[in-house]
Structures are given as structure tokens and as C-alpha cells.
Design a protein around this ligand. Structure first.
Ligand SMILES: Nc1nc2c(ncn2[C@@H]2O[C@H](COP(=O)(O)OP(=O)(O)O)[C@@H](O)[C@H]2O)c(=O)[nH]1
Ligand SMILES: [Mg+2]
Length: 320
């Protein structure tokens, strides 16, 4: 494992940083509105006492940050300023700093070993969470960075799933390896890996199915894909990224648990942070699973994704 020396850190910003921050701010507005409104309601003309701290803890739990983070943050605030008056603005600043510190160790970019041709990334997650969309967005970003990218449609259960991936491929001029409808996902993945290797592609992104309601089937399917990839290279898949839908809130926690039992999840991607007030789930996920969070998605568009940054996220979650 000599990943560091040859590593190419991903992604560089495809859009301007200012443009992304603007979209992040509006994307997180439902979550941040809930927290900011709640904090104003609790701390306007109030002291920081047992009652107000308890209300804050409740608010943080309702905002999906999780009971343990909520308890830690409020305990830290109490220690700092107990029995004194405090402005809502100060509470938000304090929480943003603390949340950024909780997130920082897990806000790690996806690092691909540039000597691997290709790096194989398997995308897993429950149906509808945004796997195919995320692959489309990332493929475009990687290509923009000058990497050669290939896609594999190993969700062969529905024809529509493959077509959706092909549309993303066409949009960015990226080749997509597919199989027949209902064909074996393992054989598609194997063929795609062989092709990507022959063509010395930099990255192969493999789309998979996510019917968690039939866990035994899903398990054998995903494990088989991983196993056939290992026939070509023992170290593949090099990254197994679990895609989670922020709108599912606390349910995302049980999904991580379930997928960890099926495959060797190496990192998380959290989608649909726009359009939900449950953005705090990102903090709960970091705290509970201590897995890298590589990217966040805030929309259906091709550039509505970026690498996860702790300070930017925490600030925008508190409308700062
Ligand atoms: N608002 C929003 N919608 C998203 C995001 N990511 C994916 N979607 C939508 O979620 C739906 C399911 O996505 P899809 O990629 O097909 O999920 P898959 O079943 O896991 O492959 C589609 O309508 C996507 O456009 C996101 O970050 N924000
Ligand atoms: Mg899909």
C-alpha cells in the first residue's frame, strides 16, 4: 500500500469555490433555517441555564445530529458560559466551530492511486439514494480533471437503470459498459474491468443494484461483483462508496450498518442535502461510523456535487 506517493487527490474544483458555496448555502437552507430559527427562539433574551440548554439539546436531536452529539455540544456550551446571558448569534458560532471539529477528521478527499489503471470504484446503496446520478456527476468531474473514465452498469435488474447510466455517459462523452437486461452483474463488472485495464483508463465507476428488501440476494450479488474484480486484481475494488440519501434522516444510520455487513464500505457520499431539514444527519453519521465522507450532493444537476469540507458545511448549517 503505497498510496500516498503516487496519489492524485480528487477532486479539484470544477466550478468556482464561490459558486459552490452559494449553492451549498441555498441547498442547506431548510436545515439551517430550522436550527437558526430554533436557536433564536430559545436564546433571545434568555440566559444559558438548565432549561435553555435542555431546549437546545432537544432542537439538535430534532435536527438529526443524534443524541450523543447533541449532549456533547450542549455540555461544552454549558461549560463555557453557564448562567450568563448569551446571544443566538454566539450560540450559532459556538455550534458551528464544535460541529466543524467533529466533522474534520472524516472530511477526507477521495484519494486515488494514480499508478492503478484503473482505480476501481464500486458504488453501493439503497435504490433511489442517488448512486447512478452520483456516478454521472463524479464521472464528469473526473473527466474535467483530465482523467480517463469508464462506467459499468452492473445494476442489470431493470433496463431503465442501465439506460439512465448511458444517458449520463453520453452527456460527458464517457464509455459505458453494459450487459443484457437481467444478465449477471458480476460478468458485466468483470468485462468492464478488463476493458478499462486494456484501455489503461484512470477510473472505473461501477453502478450496482440496491434492493435492500431482499438482503440475501443483494449480499450475494454485491459480494460476487467484488469477488470477480479480485480475479483481475486482488486489491480491487479499491474504493467501495456507500451513497446515502439525507432525506431519510436517522434511517441512513441503519443503512450504513446493513451495508457494512454486506461489503467493505470505504467511504460515504451523502446526497439530497437540498430539499431536506435533516442535514444534521451528516454529523450523526460521522460520529457514529467514523468513515470518511468524501462527497455531498445538493441537487440533480451535473455539478451539484463537491468534496465534503467540514468548516464550509458546519458554517452553512448554522447560516454563518
Ligand atoms: N434533489 C436531489 N435529488 C437527487 C440528488 N441525487 C440524486 N437525486 C435524485 O434522486 C433520484 C434517484 O437517483 P438515482 O441516481 O436514480 O438513484 P439510484 O437508484 O441509487 O441509482 C433521481 O430522481 C435523482 O435525480 C441530490 O443530491 N439532490
Ligand atoms: Mg441507479
Amino acid at each position: 500500500m503505497n498510496e500516498v506517493s503516487a496519489a492524485a487527490s480528487l477532486p479539484t474544483e470544477p466550478q468556482t469555490k464561490a459558486g459552490w458555496l452559494k449553492r451549498l448555502k441555498s441547498g442547506l437552507s431548510k436545515s439551517s433555517g430550522k436550527l437558526t430559527g430554533g436557536i433564536a427562539g430559545i436564546f433571545t433574551k434568555r440566559r444559558l441555564d438548565n432549561a435553555s440548554v435542555e431546549e437546545l439539546e432537544e432542537l439538535l436531536i430534532e435536527a438529526d445530529l443524534g443524541a450523543s452529539v447533541a449532549a456533547e455540544l450542549t455540555a461544552a456550551l454549558q461549560k463555557k458560559r453557564f448562567e450568563k446571558s448569551i446571544e443566538p448569534e454566539e450560540v450559532r458560532q459556538f455550534l458551528a466551530d464544535e460541529i466543524a471539529a467533529v466533522l474534520a477528521p472524516y472530511a477526507t478527499p477521495l484519494v486515488m492511486d494514480a499508478t492503478r489503471k484503473p482505480s476501481v470504484i464500486m458504488m453501493v446503496g439503497v435504490n433511489g439514494n442517488g448512486k447512478t446520478t452520483t456516478i454521472g456527476k463524479l464521472a464528469a468531474q473526473f473527466k474535467e480533471q483530465g482523467l480517463s473514465v469508464m462506467l459499468a452498469g452492473a445494476d442489470t435488474f431493470r433496463a431503465a437503470a442501465t439506460q439512465q447510466l448511458e444517458v449520463w455517459g453520453q452527456r460527458s462523452g464517457i464509455p459505458v459498459i453494459t450487459g443484457e437486461d437481467q444478465s449477471d452483474p458480476g460478468s458485466v463488472a468483470y468485462r468492464a474491468y478488463e476493458t478499462a485495464k486494456t484501455q489503461k483508463a484512470d477510473v472505473l465507476l461501477i453502478d450496482t443494484a440496491g434492493r435492500l428488501q431482499n438482503k440475501a440476494n443483494l449480499m450475494s450479488e454485491l459480494q460476487k461483483i467484488a469477488k470477480v474484480l479480485k480475479k483481475i486484481d486482488e486489491s480491487a475494488p479499491h474504493h467501495v462508496l456507500l451513497v446515502l440519501d439525507a432525506t431519510t434522516g436517522q434511517n441512513a444510520l441503519s443503512q450504513v450498518q446493513a451495508f457494512k455487513e454486506i461489503v467493505n464500505v470505504s467511504g460515504l457520499i451523502i446526497t439530497k442535502l437540498d430539499g431536506t431539514a435533516k442535514g444534521g444527519i451528516v454529523v450523526a453519521l460521522a460520529k457514529q461510523f467514523k468513515l470518511p465522507i468524501h462527497y455531498i450532493g445538493i441537487g440533480e444537476g451535473i455539478s451539484d456535487i463537491n468534496s465534503f469540507e467540514a468548516v464550509d458545511f458546519a458554517k452553512n448549517l448554522l447560516e454563518l
